[in-house]
Design a binder for this molecule. Structure first.
Ligand SMILES: Nc1ncnc2c1ncn2[C@@H]1O[C@H](COP(=O)(O)OP(=O)(O)OP(=O)(O)O)[C@@H](O)[C@H]1O
Length: 252
């Protein structure tokens, strides 16, 4: 795959209707005591598609990720991922007493694991830290190692739980850009939980806004993707998402 000048990934739009479904929520319902957090959500994600999940705090975004990754059981309905997948968390969760390359190679076995880890570290710009201890890395570097580790097992789908939220704004922009090129190279699809509306527009093919236990907006971002934040299309999509989140964009 490739990214063209407009930022469109590949010749064929990822997540097209003819692509197979790689993750699905079917009537997904989650109750905590008397409170219904998710109320019969249906969602299909297709191969190569990157779907961002936006919603106010407490709207159930993390609950969806936890159910998809098997950490939590639904109250009714179901959620499944049908292809090999990995998770990237907000904190990279590196093992401090294993060198960087061994952290990347954690899910691998066999003689080639060091070479695979080294190749991935080069892709995230950290080959020079291959033999470093994780404690020496900056926050952004550690998260890039986390991304390399997630890709080591060649997943077709990633669960991204606010992966860049703990980073400063400039580092976040860098790693967002890196994630676009990694996606172009590796072709994975993803479900990205984020609070950052700009990040959702910049990275996703489709944005879901959760509200009151359901999907308030399912916004498909048409190709060519408006990745540049200053373009009128980018601003229009962002404002639609903010409006769906209940933010009055006319005042600022
Ligand atoms: N184990 C639990 N027991 C009771 N309530 C829970 C539990 N886990 C989550 N909740 C509640 O479910 C709701 C949804 O939580 P969730 O963490 O999915 O929201 P979120 O959209 O990810 O929020 P944030 O953006 O703040 O991370 C919240 O009101 C939360 O308090």
């Amino acid at each position: 795959m490739s990214i063209d000048r407009n930022g469109t990934v590949g010749a064929v739009r990822p997540g097209g209707a003819r692509e197979p479904v790689v993750a699905a929520l079917r009537g997904l319902t989650k109750r905590y005591g008397p409170r219904t957090v998710l109320d019969g959500i249906d969602l299909e994600i297709r191969a190569g598609e990157l779907v961002a999940l936006l919603g106010k705090s407490g709207s159930g975004k993390t609950t969806i990720l936890r159910i998809l990754s098997g950490l939590e059981a639904p109250s009714a309905g179901g959620a499944e991922i049908l292809v090999p997948h990995s998770v990237v968390f907000q904190e990279p969760r590196l093992i401090p007493n294993k060198r960087v390359w061994k952290n990347v190679a954690l899910g691998l076995s066999g003689a080639g694991r060091r070479d695979i880890a080294t190749g991935l570290l080069a892709e995230v710009g950290l080959e020079h830290h291959r033999d470093s201890w994780p404690g020496l890395l900056s926050g952004g570097e550690a998260q890039r190692v986390g991304v390399a580790r997630a890709l080591a097992t060649r997943p077709r789908f990633l669960l991204l739980d606010e992966p860049f939220a703990a980073l400063d704004a400039l580092t976040r922009l860098d790693i967002q850009k890196l994630s676009l090129s990694l996606r172009a190279e590796h072709g994975f699809g993803a479900l990205l939980v984020t609070h950052d509306v700009d990040e959702a527009v910049a990275l996703a093919d489709r944005v879901i806004v959760l509200q009151d236990g359901g999907i308030a907006l399912d916004e498909q971002i048409d190709a060519p993707h408006p990745r540049k934040r200053s373009t009128p299309r980018f601003v229009a999509v962002r404002d639609r998402l903010l409006a769906a989140l209940g933010v009055d964009v006319s005042s600022f």
